[in-house]
Design a protein around this ligand. Structure first.
Ligand SMILES: O=P(O)(O)OC[C@H]1O[C@H](O[C@H]2O[C@H](CO)[C@@H](O)[C@H](O)[C@H]2O)[C@H](O)[C@@H](O)[C@@H]1O
Ligand SMILES: O=c1ccn([C@@H]2O[C@H](COP(=O)(O)OP(=O)(O)O)[C@@H](O)[C@H]2O)c(=O)[nH]1
Length: 462
């Protein structure tokens, strides 16, 4: 029996490429957030198993924990390479992150993307009961609702885009953009992270598709499909993160980090190793801080945690090499026998430890060039000691900057501005740190991941 059925009401079926299976560390915001969103309400989570097998599809793998049933499928090497490494992460990802210079135009990748979306539709269709609500996530699966509708599905289907959505002028750089993006109208509700993303979506449909805005706020396409576009900024499990951080001193690893600092102020960055996260620019800004503030030498340490991501994509291999060089260069320039200015770590850590690392840090440095939301920024704030909170330095181009206006907001490409903000953060008086932190924490308590899920589903079911 599936989890999540209550008194005859339908289940929630979440669909995403990345699934956080029980016992797995979820390094990625989508998996971290959906895990919490599903655990509390129960339901079915369908997606890729994370495994490459001899052939795609085959058997659907089923596991369950208390509240959630998981159903996943494998991908063949060719499907994985064309769909995940190819169209999803070499075409759509750079386009959605304002990097048309990196967009790959290989038509085989588009064919693989459509093939895998069809495979998802084929395996998902038999799992859906008539009263279930289907919630599809992210750029990997844009045409999935249209493929399910073609197979006769009439259920409510929602879509949430976790990345930014650039303006129409950039979206049209994608060959056959209309064939792909117009399929968004097969959803009943399309959720995005910020008001700016919603405006971009509406503008695209109004000007490129010829849709009209109805009086009820829904868009109607020339083909007669109607759907609603709305912003739902994703949140974190604020209470849980704060509780976990307040107990983090019980972990030996947190104590070890503190001892190794020998009283130095810690600046922390935590990001998947992705060019959208602005890591080379961040390293440069830290180097600039050291250059202009010799009094900080030996008194500050920058810890960058950067688990490798999408290693099959050449641009990701390239950024990894670039960062190794840059970290080595900065340490070579400034290190002393008993002090390394940068600690650069390519491992991933569970949330229980991350919250302790965040709480140990005087500054959270979150400077993506573009980011849909950036949950690390929110986790950093929620992990702070209310009596002695650290300071968040945050890129204006992260979705999180729309809500966390009491962070020190910076342009991540402006190394001078980021270096300056780091200086301000390291010397900010306690009363100002407390005031800024309290205001940000109020936002995070109100707009947590449960509120996000409820708002989206309420709108979808309504
Ligand atoms: O699944 P991966 O290829 O390993 O990548 C991890 C996830 O990266 C992206 O996360 C986004 O979702 C976050 C939560 O909404 C948001 O805070 C962040 O700004 C986004 O980048 C991607 O969109 C997910 O599909 C990936 O699973
Ligand atoms: O070693 C790590 C690094 C990151 N994360 C988690 O991965 C997510 C990253 O989400 P974010 O929205 O910041 O960026 P994304 O990677 O989704 O683009 C956050 O929940 C992090 O706590 C983690 O669990 N362990």
């Amino acid at each position: 029996m599936f989890a999540g059925r209550e008194g005859g009401k339908g289940r929630l079926i979440v669909v995403s490429n990345r699934v956080a299976l029980p016992e797995q560390t979820a390094t990625g915001g989508l998996a971290s957030a959906m895990r919490v969103a599903l655990q509390e309400r129960g339901g079915l989570w369908f997606g890729w198993s994370g495994k490459v097998a001899r052939q795609s599809g085959g058997e659907v793998h089923r596991v369950s924990d208390d509240a959630v049933d998981y159903a996943t499928i494998d991908l063949s090497r060719a499907d994985h390479d064309d769909f995940y490494d190819g169209f999803a992460n070499r075409t759509l990802w750079p386009l959605l992150h304002y990097r048309p210079d990196l967009v790959d135009y290989d038509r085989r990748h588009l064919a693989g993307y459509l093939r895998v979306n069809n495979l998802f539709a084929e395996h998902l269709m038999p799992l859906i009961a008539p009263d279930d609500t289907v919630w599809i996530n992210d750029y990997h699966l844009i045409p999935l609702a249209a493929m399910l509708r073609d197979r006769g599905l009439h259920n409510r289907i929602g879509f949430f885009l976790h990345t930014p959505l650039p303006a129409a002028g950039l979206l049209i750089a994608l060959p056959h953009h209309r064939e792909l993006l117009e399929t968004l109208s097969s959803y009943d509700l399309v959720g995005v992270q910020t008001a700016r993303d919603r405006r971009a979506l509406e503008e695209y449909f109004l000007h490129e598709v010829g849709a009209v805005m109805r009086r009820d706020g829904r868009l109607r396409t020339p083909g007669g499909r109607r759907f609603q576009a709305e912003a739902f900024p994703i949140g974190i499990d604020t209470r849980h993160v704060a509780d976990s951080a307040s107990h983090a001193h019980e972990h030996e690893e947190i104590d070890q980090l503190k001892q190794s600092l020998e009283g130095r102020a810690l600046i922390i960055g935590v990001d998947r190793l992705d060019y959208s996260k602005g890591l080379p620019e961040r390293f440069q800004a830290y180097a600039r801080l050291l250059e202009r503030s010799p009094q900080l030498h030996r008194h500050v340490t920058f810890l960058q945690i950067a688990p490798p991501s999408r290693g099959g994509v050449p641009e990701y291999q390239q950024i990894r090499r670039e960062l190794e060089r840059s970290a080595g260069h900065i340490n070579g320039l400034y290190a002393a026998p008993d002090w390394a200015p940068i600690r650069y770590v390519n491992n991933s850590f569970p949330h229980s430890l991350l919250s302790g690392y965040y709480r140990t840090a005087r500054v959270g440095l979150v400077t993506p060039l573009r980011d849909g939301m950036n949950l690390v920024a929110k986790e950093y704030v929620a992990s702070q000691d209310p009596e002695n909170p650290g300071v968040l330095v945050l890129s204006r181009f992260a979705g999180a900057a729309q809500e966390l206006v009491d962070a020190l907001l910076v342009n991540p490409a402006d190394t001078e501005e980021v270096a300056e903000a780091l200086g301000v953060a390291l010397t900010m008086p306690l009363h100002e740190r407390r005031t800024r932190w309290r205001r940000m924490m109020d936002v995070l308590e109100k707009q947590d991941v449960t509120a996000w899920r409820n708002a989206f589903l309420h709108r979808l079911d309504g």
